[in-house]
Design a protein around this ligand. Structure first.
Ligand SMILES: C[S@@+](CC[C@H](N)C(=O)[O-])C[C@H]1O[C@@H](n2cnc3c(N)ncnc32)[C@H](O)[C@@H]1O
Length: 378
């Protein structure tokens, strides 16, 4: 996309260099040309990558079960689900449809808030919801900006699938025992990397307070936006839960010396690459999520950890295995379900973090030990 490349070059010429976070922010979220604001398909067959909800309807069904249990734990009060980064809207559609059919009492008390910045995706969501005949008052659309969310406080659950990994990251590197930041420059022909002093004290702070010690030459990514996001979630969550599903890990694994090159990746036409500066605006850029940061930063804004587990565990605990036993599922569907659970596919790389606020020691089915699941399916 020529215009976006031009804009980035102009910005670099003006400032001398920009942080990788600024490059990523522009490449993904420029209001006109950013990857996530464009008309092109991002997710699904015509897009650049698949996500769980776009392929597996059961994903939404199982989440609906978990949400219904949360609603019961909250004494059946009016309950809002806030999904941030809904993209095509498959997940919200599957969740709402399941609740409509399986839990009419919950449906009466339920409202779904979609927070999606891409105008083309919002249009797709509307069409999809029309097709399942959801009453207009059941769904509303809101925004999330650096000032926070555009709705009032809620009781209910915030939900995101693959949202945090798409927030801009800074890139840091240990060079001759000194911490450096990797900036983006332009050498007259192409984008290039410039190592220089770290741009923000908050980045030093992130490494120090979290006891992250990089190895010589090791590169890592720091997502400062995730903590802001948690703060804004907590501002609006009067009482309830937050479910974050994404690929990532705990800090000890993510910043381990074996991860020398970090986890930054690009997705384009269902292939993965590390050409971060190619095709700005036409490919996804993403980094694994530091779940330890979400847990610790959450605690500081009253979001307590309810549980942190692998996606496979979560789905099994909520009953995905029973689906294998249902005859209406053919071989193709069974293979798809296996993909959700398989350790080398989505099962172990993807994690589920649930946090809660103003609820005492909630016990959730999705977090129960697998031993109890095995016993109950016998
Ligand atoms: C990786 S996609 C998520 C895909 C989707 N959840 C799924 O499972 O198929 C990230 C989504 O977050 C949206 N997004 C990013 N920043 C946002 C913001 N500040 N407000 C609302 N949506 C945002 C993007 O437009 C995009 O649709």
């Amino acid at each position: 996309m020529q215009s976006l490349k031009h804009l980035l070059i102009e910005s670099i010429k003006e400032k001398g260099r920009i942080t990788f976070a600024e490059f990523m922010q522009t490449a993904l979220y420029h209001p006109e040309y950013g990857y996530y604001n464009s008309k092109r398909e991002q997710v699904g067959k015509q897009g650049d990558y698949y996500t769980g909800p776009t392929v597996y309807r059961i994903f939404g069904e199982l989440l609906a079960r978990q949400l219904e249990e949360m609603w019961r734990l909250m004494e059946k009060e009016p309950f809002a689900v806030v999904e941030i980064g809904a993209n095509k809207g498959w997940l919200c559609c599957d969740i709402i449809q399941y609740i409509m059919n399986a839990y009419p009492e919950f449906y009466n008390k339920f409202h779904y808030i979609i927070v999606e910045s891409n105008p083309y995706a919002r249009e797709k969501q509307r069409l999809l919801l029309e097709s399942i005949e959801v009453a207009d008052e059941k769904v509303s659309w809101h925004t999330y900006t650096e000032d926070g969310f555009s709705f009032d406080k809620i009781h209910g659950c915030f939900l995101s699938n693959e949202f945090v990994d798409a927030l801009p990251v800074h890139r840091l590197k240990l060079e001759n025992k000194v911490l450096k930041e990797i900036y983006v420059g332009y050498n007259g022909k192409k984008f290039c990397e410039i190592d220089d002093d770290v741009s923000l004290p908050a980045l030093h702070c992130y490494l120090e307070t979290n006891n992250i010690n990089l190895d010589e030459g090791q590169v890592c990514e720091i997502n400062l936006g995730a903590a802001d996001w948690l703060k804004h979630v907590s501002e609006k969550l009067d009482k309830g839960f937050m479910i974050t599903i994404d690929y990532g890990d705990t800090r000890d694994r993510l910043y381990h010396e074996n991860m020398r090159e970090g986890t930054l990746r690009c997705y384009h036409s269902h292939t993965v690459n590390r050409d971060y500066y190619e095709r700005p605006g036409e490919q996804d850029i993403t980094a694994h999520v530091d779940f330890s940061n979400l847990i610790n930063a959450g605690r500081s804004v009253q979001l307590e950890e309810t549980g942190f587990i692998q996606q496979a565990h979560f789905l099994i605990a909520l009953g995905i295995l029973e689906r294998f036993q249902e005859t209406k599922y053919n071989t193709d569907t069974t293979l798809k379900l296996k993909n959700l659970l398989h350790p080398e596919a989505m099962g172990e790389i993807f994690k589920v973090l649930i946090q809660h606020k103003n609820i005492k020691n909630p016990q959730l089915t999705g977090l129960r030990p697998l031993q109890s699941v095995i016993m109950s399916t016998r």
